[in-house]
Design a protein around this ligand. Structure first.
Ligand code: 4AZ
Length: 244
C-alpha cells in the first residue's frame, strides 16, 4: 500500500515538474517517421522489434553487425536474411497497417566483426524491393547528434514501440577512452552524459549529425548511467568500404 501510494505521488510530481516516467530512447521525446522517413525498424520474421536502421539507398539499410548476428559458432553466426524484416513508415510498431514491411534479400556484415565491444559493428541489409522513402547520406561527427529508436525507455522497461528521439552530446575520443575501456578511437564514437541515451532495441539505429548519418547505435553499459556514454560505430571510418 505504502509502495503504491509512493508510486502515485512520484508520478504526480513527475508530471507537475515536466519530467516523465516513460521517457525515451532514454530521456527523449516522441518522434514521427514522417519527419525522418529514412529511419526504419528491423524485426524478426514474426514482428518482434530487434533493432533500428537507416535507409542509405532505396534498397539498402545501414544497421549494426550485431543486429544481423545470432548466437552460434564464431564466423558462422550470420543471421539469415529470411529471419529479418525491415519496417519503414511506421511510427507506432503496433499499427501494422501503417508503412511498408520489406523482406531482406541479402545481409552484408563487416568481415572483421566479432563482438560489439571490439567494434566493426556495421552491416548493410539489401531489401527485396526498393522503398519509396527518403534516404539519408553519411556524414561526420560534430558536437552533438540525434539518436532515434523504438527501444527501451529505461534499462528495465519493455521497448517503447513508438519512435522516440533524443539529442545527445558527442564526447571527445579522449573522454570516451577514459569512460569506456574498449573504446577504439577513430572507429567508434561515444555520446551521452547520463540523462539521454540509446537503450536495448535501439541498436543499429541512427545517430544523426547536421542531417547526416554519423553513427550506428552499438553498445553501452546499461542505459543513461552516469559516466557510461553510449558507444556508436563511427561511419566515416568505414566510408570507402561501405561505398556510400
Ligand atoms: C542494447 O542492448 C544497447 N546505452 C544498445 C545501446 C546501449 C545500451 C544497450 C547504449 O542493444
Amino acid at each position: 500500500m505504502r509502495g503504491k501510494r509512493f508510486a502515485v505521488l512520484a508520478t504526480v510530481i513527475a508530471l507537475v515538474s515536466g519530467a516523465s516516467t516513460a521517457d525515451a530512447i532514454v530521456g527523449g521525446t516522441p518522434a514521427r517517421v514522417s519527419d525522418t522517413p529514412w529511419v526504419v525498424a528491423i524485426t524478426t520474421s514474426d514482428g518482434q522489434l530487434m533493432c533500428g536502421g537507416a535507409l542509405v539507398a532505396p534498397d539498402k539499410v545501414m544497421t549494426a553487425a550485431h543486429c544481423a548476428t545470432i548466437k552460434g559458432v564464431l564466423g558462422k553466426n550470420q543471421r539469415p536474411a529470411d529471419q529479418l524484416r525491415v519496417v519503414a513508415g511506421r511510427t507506432d510498431l503496433r499499427v501494422k497497417t501503417d508503412g511498408i514491411e520489406a523482406a531482406v534479400a541479402d545481409v552484408w556484415r563487416h568481415p572483421d566483426y566479432r563482438e560489439v565491444t571490439q567494434g566493426d559493428d556495421v552491416a548493410i541489409l539489401t531489401l527485396a524491393r526498393p522503398l519509396p522513402y527518403r534516404t539519408i547520406a553519411l556524414g561526420e561527427v560534430g558536437d552533438d547528434g540525434v539518436v532515434l529508436g523504438w527501444g527501451r525507455t529505461a534499462e528495465n522497461t519493455p521497448p517503447s514501440l513508438t519512435l522516440r528521439k533524443a539529442t545527445v552530446p558527442i564526447l571527445s575520443d579522449q573522454e570516451c577512452m577514459l569512460k569506456e575501456p574498449d573504446f577504439r578511437p577513430g572507429a567508434m564514437l561515444c555520446a551521452g552524459r547520463g540523462d539521454r541515451d540509446a537503450c536495448t532495441g535501439d541498436s543499429g539505429g541512427p545517430l544523426v549529425v547536421r542531417g547526416r548519418l554519423a553513427g550506428v547505435v552499438s553498445f553501452g553499459r546499461g542505459c543513461a548511467r552516469a559516466n557510461e556514454p553510449g558507444v556508436y560505430t563511427r561511419l566515416a571510418h568505414y566510408r570507402s568500404m561501405l561505398g556510400f
